[in-house]
Design a protein around this ligand. Sequence first.
Ligand code: FAD
Ligand code: SIN
Length: 522
Amino acid sequence: MIRTDVLVIGSGAAGLLFALHCAAQGKSVMLATKGTAGESNSAWAQGGVAAALDLEEDSPTAHLSDTLAAGAGLCDEAAAAIVASEAPQRVEELVRLGVAFDFGGSGALDLTREAAHSAARVAHAADATGRAITSTLVSRALRHPNVTVLERATAVELIVDDRGCRGAWLLVHDRLVAVIAGSATALATGGSGRLFARTTNPPGATADGLPLALQAGAVLADLEFVQFHPTALALAGAPALLVSEAARGEGGILVDAAGRRFCFDADPRGELAARDVVARAIYKQLQRDPAGGVRLDLRPIGTPDAIRARFPNIAAACARFGIDIGTTPIPVSPAAHYHMGGIRTDLWGRTALPGLYAIGECACTGLHGANRLASNSLAECLVFAARAADDVHAGTAEGFDSGDPSAPPAHVESPDAIAPIASLLWDSAGVERERELLRRAVAALDGFAVERRPVSRAALEARAVLAAGLLIARAALMREESRGSHYRSDFPERDDAHWRARILWSASGQSFEPVAAPTPIS
Ligand code: FAD
Ligand code: SIN
């Protein structure tokens, strides 16, 4: 058994910054992660971090307004206001910590524009912002005397007693180890992209935190809201690599086989409409002309050299598949990218279970509502990591320690592979949804074959994919309207009269949380 003040599960942007803030406040921190410390969705982030940093052209109020518009009436306004006002401090902190953001000639951060943002407000490090952030934070965590980084440590079960969460059982290599956290346990386990057959996410994005939290007594919310990124590489045999939204923000255009910019048929903002709008426009264009495809043409941005220099990682990734992004339009189509839903928290990252925090993509602060504005995820990770650490420091997570926990079983009930579940969810709960397909998916997932297997990372991930996938399909079936990323072809309109509410899931069942109508912003 290991004892620590704070246990953090997950080494993405959220877990790393939370660990560093808790450590700076004098806590001993165990940072456990199922791969290496550098493996996370955060490390793959391209576009950047949204923050109103240029106060001549932008403001936190404008950032808030864009966030609420994208969220389609389901944002938690208080969470959105907090992120809009605190994100600039967090970006400035990253600069101080040594993250190699791009700076312009004037010496100020170079800010780019992304879809549905009314100003250029995305701080970036070329097209590999996530790698720049995580490599800096990982090296800081590894050097910090109060932080112990435990790699290849997969969370199996949270340890709970009648006062709340007091740590977790981890599978460390092939041994079950209990970590008892005196002050707080935080889930920072990231997203759910791997639940879908086509995704921009790396292999570890298997929604592990959701069933762990639910089983321990926390509440999940907004699970039906999965964001599909419009532009992932679409080449037979190639992974769905992301082609950053910044490419459209800087002038890239989407064209059909005849070279026509079809996005304007769906929205006057064309390629810069909200993500769900552009994703659906591409999806429908591909239904109309599957053989013709859709291409992202970057040539309007500048010379071939300028394009390759601005997007060096995308250039290198596409080059592996024979595409020179400086001269050749890129075949693209939507892919599962981000989960707006997650473990319901308050404005300090606290879940319904005392002692348990959730931060980053696995959390549902309500910031994103029904659809996330580009580059608001890293902003949320950083802002809520700092707030949750402040809350731990303030001592609302009361220190406690009781007897030794009993070990979880050495076997889990899990399906033998993720792929069939991911295909089912892609076909039924993807860009476009409809009752009959969802109903059949729920029935199939409910009765999905599981077997008793020795506990292992793969078995735990497959168990999580099945449990979270079933809840996503149930939630998508239940929400009989279209809103943000959730599009039901049988209920194509938004229905505020019945559905301005979150669907909540707890161990005891399902309920609704009404969401207040947005306050007009002057
Ligand atoms: P992650 O970074 O995903 O980290 C989760 C961590 O938890 C990982 O280390 C994982 O190994 C670990 N973990 C998971 N389960 C367990 C378990 N059971 N036990 C132990 N450890 C576990 N957002 C933006 O704002 N701007 C962008 O430019 C941007 N670009 C993106 C590009 C791509 C290709 C992708 C996939 C996403 C992008 N996003 C972007 C979204 C953003 O990167 C993520 O939402 C964000 O990084 C999530 O951070 P996180 O710390 O919550 O989780
Ligand atoms: C991108 O670079 O397009 C991803 C940005 C995001 O997901 O916020």
